[in-house]
Design a binder for this molecule. Structure first.
Ligand code: SF4
Length: 338
């Protein structure tokens, strides 16, 4: 068990966790909202350090990161736990586990073994994903230090709820991130996720300022976040605050976990969102969970030539010439494109 980073001691053996924007005040013997940080005799401990519950070798496109080492493998890992309570969570079996269980599951795997496994599998990056990497921050940070020293990149797939202090501490090691921008309304974050929108927007702007490569994902859920007005506002935020080169992944909802009374997102809604993103001025808008859709492919934003042809997470053809368009020479924004 590892003592937590980012907390301060308070009176009566209470601790104040500073890792994420929930800022839990935790009494002795209790856990924070994420269920994996526990106060023992006035000290805060991570219960998930070196205890991954899932490890897989994935295509980087599955994160999704479409402009980051395209076609490469990413060693992907998660521990149990999450600081959000999304009613539509696709990984609720592992993200919400600690709420139900006294003992945190996961096998003992030290950071050096993760990096060795990543190298052995021919991965070019390590992805902290499936659940929220913020809640296993100490583990992620120690892996990231070793990974970078051995030439691997680090990417977070995150809800963006980490504190600025935590972000500043890991940012030199963080090369890319896919951040969920789940909606553009505080009420959505409050009712559907048990969180707030404003800290997520702040994290996005801070990451951009730090030079972390950013891609954004929005799961479009019928009736909850699919109005044209909201999607236009969200896309405009990406354009104005993060830049037109920031890829926006709009993804198809399937009923799951506690949100089973809504239909699958119609493909026409995703196409409408795609149009809105392009009208607003974003260069790269992608549709997700619709294999074979035109919105899976990367086109040159200047001359519209097909640059990266994909089906699902597979790259069928890479036409990039030195990281740019072979026709008009416009560079493609991203990391490790040639
Ligand atoms: S990381 Fe967990 S304990 Fe810390 S503030 Fe966030 S939810 Fe609370």
């Amino acid at each position: 068990m590892m003592e937590a980073r980012f907390y301060e001691k308070k009176k009566d053996q209470q601790v104040h966790c500073l890792l994420c924007n929930h800022h839990c005040l935790i009494k002795e013997g209790k856990r924070g909202l994420c269920g994996v940080r526990e106060n023992r005799e006035g000290r805060l401990y991570s219960l998930v350090y070196a205890r991954p519950i899932a490890t897989h070798v994935d295509p980087i496109e599955k994160k999704p990161l479409f402009h980051f080492l395209p076609g490469s493998r990413s060693f992907s890992l998660a521990t149990a736990g999450c600081n959000f309570r999304c009613l539509f969570c696709q990984n609720a079996d592992i993200s919400q586990l600690p709420q139900d269980q006294e003992k945190i599951p996961g096998e003992e795997v030290p950071p050096e073994d993760i990096v060795a496994a990543a190298r052995q599998a021919g991965c070019q990056s390590i992805a902290y994903t499936y659940t929220e990497p913020t809640i296993f921050f100490e583990y992620a940070q120690d892996i990231a230090i070793l990974a970078e020293a051995q030439g691997l990149k680090n990417v977070f797939v995150t809800n963006g709820y980490m504190s600025t202090e935590a972000l500043q501490s890991i940012h030199p090691l963080l090369h890319g991130a896919n951040v969920d921008l789940k909606a553009f309304r505080e009420t959505f974050y409050h009712k559907q996720c048990g969180a707030k929108l404003a800290p997520v927007l702040k994290t996005l702007k801070t990451m951009k300022g730090m030079g972390v490569w950013l891609e954004i994902t929005t799961l479009i859920i019928p009736t909850l976040n699919d109005s044209k007005e909201e999607l236009r506002e969200l896309a405009t935020f990406i354009l104005q605050e993060l830049g037109p080169e920031t890829p926006w992944h709009i993804s198809r909802f399937h009923p799951t976990f506690r949100l089973t009374d809504l239909p699958v997102t119609p493909v026409s809604t995703l196409q409408q969102a795609w149009e809105i993103g392009r009208e607003v001025g974003l260069h790269y808008v992608y549709t997700g969970n619709v294999p074979g859709d035109r919105g899976e492919k990367t086109y040159c934003h200047q001359c519209n030539r097909l640059l990266l042809d994909r089906f699902g997470f597979t790259i069928l053809k890479n036409e990039l010439d030195q990281g740019g368009c072979p026709q008009c020479r416009q560079p493609l924004a991203g990391v490790g494109l040639f």
